[in-house]
Design a protein around this ligand. Structure first.
Ligand code: PLP
Length: 216
């Protein structure tokens, strides 16, 4: 990698400032597969939000870091199995991958038992891709109503990974519309290769890994 973690974070923050004069989105540094030593460099550079995609890996890396730095915000951005919900709720501040009714039911039950209150984003399968998880956009309103009404879950936002390659903007625009329809505060979209487009289409959180920490 030619630039330091600190320089890479600075560059993205500058892009954000240049393109979002009004409401600047938060940068989530995605540290999956990367060692704690890299994470410490990002923290030293002032980074606050981090993303991991596996509960087990996060449990190995984050409990001490979170104790040392209580203000850090940890986001789960990978699929969550029901048998890992208790551990996930104990560690993550935000779960961005609420993607099916059975998971919503498990979270609703276990968050009461554990007396925890993670923020929840619904993952939307915005490209209706069979290999991706997430709620289909035409089922989103019903799923949202089920979470909110039946399960009494507070939903804070939406998250999506649009189809790879091609023009991502129509998908980002559609996500923004869905977020507005549900009047939700947060929208997590945009990765290393497309965060600029996500910023200009209304992301409140971008999730950037390889641009900060190097290729995986
Ligand atoms: C890995 C990952 C990212 C970051 O991807 P990069 O291309 O490395 O920036 C963002 N979102 C999700 C859901 C991921 O799994």
């Amino acid at each position: 990698m030619s630039h330091s973690i600190e320089e890479n974070i600075k560059k993205i923050k500058q892009d954000i400032v240049n393109h979002c004069p009004s409401q600047a989105p938060s940068l989530i540094a995605v540290s999956k597969t990367k060692p704690v030593q890299y994470i410490r460099q990002a923290i030293s550079a002032g980074q606050k939000d981090f993303g991991e995609n596996k509960v087990q890996e996060a449990l190995e890396k984050w409990p001490d870091l979170k104790k040392e730095h209580p203000a850090l915000i940890l986001h789960l951005i990978g699929p969550l199995q029901k048998n890992k919900v208790r551990k996930a709720i104990g560690l993550f501040d935000v779960i961005q991958t609420l993607d099916r009714p059975s998971l919503a039911e498990a979270i609703a039950r276990i968050k009461e038992e554990e007396n925890k209150n993670p923020q929840l984003y619904i993952q939307v399968n915005i490209g209706s891709e069979p290999q991706k998880s997430g709620i289909l956009s035409h089922e989103l309103h019903d799923f949202y109503d089920y979470c909110k009404g039946e399960l009494k879950l507070a939903i804070s936002g939406l998250m999506a990974i649009p189809p790879y390659g091609g023009d991502v903007r129509p998908y980002f625009k559609q996500m923004h519309r869905l977020k507005e329809q549900l009047a939700l505060p947060y929208l997590s979209m945009g990765m290393s290769h497309d965060y600029m487009a996500a910023i200009s289409e209304g992301a409140t959180h971008i999730r950037v890994g390889s641009f900060i920490f190097g290729e995986r």
